[in-house]
Every structure is written in C-alpha cells, then in structure tokens.
Design a protein around this ligand. Sequence first.
Ligand SMILES: *Cc1c(COP(=O)(O)O)cnc(C)c1O
Length: 426
Amino acid sequence: MMSDPTALNTRDACVAADAADPLAGFRDEFLLPEGVVYLDGNSLGALPRAAGERAREVLEQEWGRDLIGSWNKNHWFELPTRIGGKIGALIGGGEGGCVATDTTSINVFKALGAALRIQREDHPDRRVIISERENFPTDLYMVEGMVEFLDDGYELRLIDDEASLADELAASGDDAAVVMLTHVNYRSGRMWDMTGITRRAHEAGALMIWDLCHSAGAVPVDLTAAAADFAIGCTYKYLNGGPGSPAFVWISPKHLERAEQPLSGWWGHRRPFDMAVGYAPAEGAAKFLCGTQPILSLATMEAGIDIALRVDRSALREKSLALTSLFIALVEERLAAHPLTLITPRDEASRGSHVSFRHPEGFAVMKALIAEGVVGDYREPEVLRFGFTPLYVGYADVWDAVEAFRRVLDEELWRAPEFQQRGAVT
Ligand SMILES: *Cc1c(COP(=O)(O)O)cnc(C)c1O
C-alpha cells in the first residue's frame, strides 16, 4: 500500500496504486455512472448492486405476494434489531445494544432523553449539556428542543476544541450532565479522540453521547473500548444505505437495563400486540423503537451494511488516509496559485475520511466541478467538501479530480452564469 502521497506524482503511479489496492474489488459491488468521480459518499453513499436485487425481492415477493403475512413470514418485524445488531458489530458495540430506526435527529432526542433521565435519577442537579459549536446543526437543534420541552433549568453550552471542552467541564463542576459530540466533523473532517474525550466526560461525572454520522463505515470505531454511553448515526453516508435509510441508536450494556427513552411508542413496548393499556418498555435496545418502521428502506439498506462487514477495517483506514493525504498534497502542489485554504487537519490521527477547502467562490466552483464530472459538495461558508469512500474511490480518481479542479480554477469555468444559481439543496 502507498502511504506516502508524494510517491504518487504521476497518473500512471496512481493507476499502479489502484492495481495493488487490496480493496479494489469492492468497486464492482456498486453501481456508479460512467465518467463520474464520486466524492460525495459522505453525504449520500453509492448504490450497492445487491440493494437493487433486494429491493425487487421485497417489492415483488414480500410486499406484492406475501402481503401482510411478511411481518412474520419474511421477518419484517425483526429488521430493526437484526440489522441494528450488524451495525453494533461494526462500531464495536458488542451484542444487542443497537437498533436501526428513525432518523439521526430523532435518535439524538431519544439518546439524550435517556441519558438525562439516568442523570436525573443519580444526580438530580446536573443540568448542563455540552456540545460543539461547529456540530451539524440538527444535533444542536434537537438539544434546544429538548431543553425547551423539559423547561427545567437545562442549558446547552458550546465548546470549540479539547481545551475549551476541558475549561467548560471544569466550569460546570457538578452540573455537567451530558457531553454530546460528533466524532468526525461534517464540515472540517476533524476527528475527536473518542477514548480520551469520553474519559474526560466521565471524570467530570457526565455521560457521553457520540454521533457517528461521518464515522460509521469510514473510520474504525470501538465504542466498547472507548467506554461510551450512547451513540447515534446515519446509514446513508459511508454505509451506503440509500437516501433516507434509517439511522441507528446504540446504548451501552452498562445502561441498557435501566435506559428509557421519551418517545414511548408501541414498537418499543414489551408486547406491542397485546394492545395493552399502559406502556411497558421492551427488553434490550428494542425499547428505543417508536412506531412502524420504513420496511423498504430497512430491507434495502442491509446490502450496504453487509458490504461494510466484509471490509478489513485497518485496510479501509489505511486507504482512506492515503486518498485524503494524496488529495491534499496534489491540490496544494498543483493548485498553489489559487486562494484555497485547507480546513481539514493535516495530522492523520485527527482526520476522518473527507477533505475540505475554503475558496471565496466555493459555491460556483463546486457547481463547475460537478459539471466536469467530479461530484463533491458545498457547505456554508465557502467550503468545498470532498468525501473519499475507500470502497469505490481509487488513486487515479483522486488524480483526475485534482486535474478537473485545476481546470475549473485555471480557466475560471466557475464564472459561467449557470453556476451561480442555488437550488433548494446545496
Ligand atoms: C448527516 C448528519 C445528520 C443527519 O441527520 P438526519 O436526521 O438523518 O437528517 C445528523 N447529524 C450529523 C452529525 C450528520 O452528519
């Protein structure tokens, strides 16, 4: 494996690195359009071929012929716990603590609700929830909603880095209830030290919730080794689950018995088909379910999870870092004349699987780049984001992407009027 990006200084060298890549075989398991370098798997992963086959089976046989009998016959009812078990294995969560369900936003609410409830029983005065200013907004919006809803003196405090987290934990004293961070930042790609930060949160008496949206399937995660309390994350990014595929929520075995989440719907009931008066939570992670699940999405997303389970995680990490380091090196060398600012850590240990550069005309530049067949995305403010999914992106793709990027900037292709218009989704 090439780990020194400066060794890949020609396209031929990149092609040779692809030929020697132990993960190269995975690319054929995905359907990708010809002529496109897809660097947006951190926002919507590519389509696994097996997902198409599974979708046909679920539609034609299970829904079309077996109809309502499928809840039992085709085990639809167990899908959230069965697939959740596979995700739990991927994130080092051990057995039984994970369900695939709902959206990340909703799972933030449930995990936070469960964590606050545990704290309220053990330490009634802890009222401070700590998160990061640069977090993906929905995580913070959901905390705000919870704080308003509880209307009981809870408070969200925002930190920026390890130093300000330490300051805030010290300032909060015995008030810190929960620390909730996103392991890999959606904009910068910066990665927290999961084990070290969890330890600090615990030393301050807080429970630790990790958001794994940009980690699951992208970087090695071991929630058990980190001694985390709760985790949530989505499956449509690096796990290639498909648009809107259900998210997951994980509860540490140390809390599973007593944890209770606030959205006490019938799917989380101990015996949902008793139709009993009065809620009684199910055993295990199933109590984190709420209502009827999106079975088509759940069934098709399993194809992407099954691929992820077959991948050697250290090979994945090694290739991810080789791709991101190569991209950074080539952009800085070949596009040096342009006003690009790297906002992703150079330190590999602090980097997830995407790379972001700021450019004053970032929005139009990304539009022009997409028109050249290199699909990344744009995030406010001025940020060009490039995701490197090692399962289907290769070294020659990185080379070609940088060359297209160079054309867009050298020839100022981004100035065309059609690249100035913003759609509803950026
Ligand atoms: C992508 C992402 C989400 C998305 O939440 P949804 O509820 O699935 O829309 C939430 N949080 C983070 C950190 C993300 O990266």
